[in-house]
Design a protein around this ligand. Structure first.
Ligand SMILES: Cc1cc2nc3c(=O)[nH]c(=O)nc-3n(C[C@H](O)[C@H](O)[C@H](O)COP(=O)(O)OP(=O)(O)OC[C@H]3O[C@@H](n4cnc5c(N)ncnc54)[C@H](O)[C@@H]3O)c2cc1C
Length: 418
């Protein structure tokens, strides 16, 4: 039936449950809400795009362990800087774009999803009670679990600010310098950010392999450029030596750490930060049939589950948790969020109107990376190869580790549209 603005409305209301309210989950929620309201979705940059011809009443519920959106990319900086920390975590209830009757939020942990009955079991953080949530469509966007100091462990903004305060104290009080163990992307960014924030502090990065970024499929040239920039910025880098022992030593007033490397070399430091742990998929709430051997969700290019589970076509996965090619990135997570929103919307329309769905299908993601290295940024993609520079840092990360870039791209300050 046509409404006042000439857009027809689908009668039935759909319930969409999104697990995880970060880049992938929020991108899916916001783009889906745009489409359901009969608008071109916010990530669609095609000026000729036509808005949908139907409005669809829906209720989008986002479940997250955290009480807000945390800018994870900025974690190496926010955990070491109280000002930046305060800017990088916004409670869902304080995000203008989410103040719409389309959205509701549950702070809690999804413990099980029953895809046959389309019910999710949630441990609600507020009540500490188990509750269930029925849904028509589910979008899994809960990413990978990362330990401190790669990511904060707090789930409330207030506690996160306290967690940061303690970490900052530890960083400031480390009178014998700081050692970061692990020269993957996270360890490199951590070491570089600490040096920029605390230029007087001695920062050492230790990596067990002879090349930084040894487990990423990136060319040697890129790894070498990252090494050169780190050294230019006065981060000491030790390559090819595994840390085999870390012992606490009481040196009068303060506790320090003695590290022993595989070749017997010893060094003393005030603080050891580990960036070597592998992140773990949060997919334990799903039927193992939905997962690959790494615990990532098997998907079709439409982002629908491809594993053999009931109602697979009503289940979508986006972001780090989806088994897809390429280095895991927030840009990829947001891109998947848009595609999932489009495809959920198409599926709803097809169910209600009989129209044939037009899915947006993912193409393989190439290996691309942008590394924030203090003042400079280094980037790699197959077309342009390795590049670096301070101007590139501005383009890729701005002044706040891309916090504003992501926030503005998702248009989180925009009030909800009518
Ligand atoms: C230190 C660091 C630096 C990075 N730098 C960059 C960079 O420069 N550029 C880039 O593109 N990418 C970068 N990345 C990668 C990027 O952060 C990820 O690719 C991105 O966060 C993936 O987004 P996502 O929405 O899939 O998951 P996440 O951002 O991990 O969000 C998952 C959400 O799900 C919630 N959750 C988890 N389990 C449950 C559950 N069971 N129930 C309810 N909620 C749950 C979590 O609380 C979280 O809010 C970096 C990552 C790290 C750790």
């Amino acid at each position: 039936m046509p409404s006042n603005d000439g857009v027809r409305a689908v009668a039935r209301s759909f319930r969409v449950l999104i697990i995880g309210g970060s880049y992938g989950g929020l991108a899916a929620a916001l783009n889906l809400s745009d489409l359901a309201r009969g608008r071109v979705c916010r990530f669609n940059s095609n000026p000729d795009a036509k808005p949908p011809s139907y409005k669809i009443p829906l209720q989008i519920t986002v479940v997250d362990e955290r009480d807000g959106y945390f800018h994870l990319i900025g974690s190496p900086k926010s955990l070491a800087c109280e000002k930046f920390a305060a800017e990088s975590w916004t409670r869902f209830k304080d995000i203008p774009a989410l103040k719409s009757p389309d959205f509701s939020f549950i702070q809690g942990t999804v413990s099980k999803v029953d895809s046959a009955s389309k019910i999710a079991h949630i441990l609600d953080s507020e009540t500490q009670q188990n509750r269930t949530e029925k849904y028509d469509y589910l979008i899994a966007a809960s990413g990978l679990r990362r330990i401190f100091p790669v990511a904060p462990q707090s789930v409330r903004r207030e506690d996160f600010l306290e967690e940061t305060k303690k970490h900052v104290e530890n960083v400031r009080n480390a009178s014998q310098g700081i050692v970061v163990v692990g020269g993957g992307a996270v360890g490199i960014e951590m070491a570089a950010e600490l040096k920029i924030l605390y230029p007087e502090q001695k920062i050492t990065l230790i990596h067990s392999r002879s090349r930084l970024l040894s487990s990423e499929e990136l060319p040697d040239e890129f790894a070498e450029r990252a090494l050169t920039i780190l050294r230019e910025e006065n981060v000491e880098v030790i390559l090819g030596k595994r840390v085999v022992d870390t012992t606490a030593v009481d040196s009068g007033k303060e506790r320090v750490w003695r590290l022993t490397l595989a070749d017997g070399q010893q060094l003393t430091t005030g603080l050891v930060l580990s960036a070597i742990s592998q992140p773990v998929p949060t997919s334990t709430y799903l039927d193992p049939e939905a997962l690959n051997e790494e615990g990532l969700i098997k998907i079709h290019p439409s982002l629908q589950f491809s594993g053999n589970i009931p109602n697979a076509e009503h289940h979508f996965a986006v972001g780090d948790l989806a088994a897809w090619s390429g280095i895991k990135r927030c840009g990829g997570a947001m891109h998947m969020g848009q595609y999932a929103a489009n495809n959920v919307h198409q599926h709803m329309l097809a169910e209600r109107t009989g129209e044939k769905p037009t899915y947006m299908n993912l193409t393989p993601f190439p290996n691309v990376i942008g590394l924030a290295l203090g003042k400079k940024c280094a980037t790699y993609n197959a077309a342009e190869g390795t590049k670096d520079g301070e101007d590139l840092m501005d383009v890729m990360f701005g002044k706040d580790m891309a916090n504003s870039i992501c926030w503005n791209y998702m248009r989180l300050s925009d009030p909800p549209q009518a």
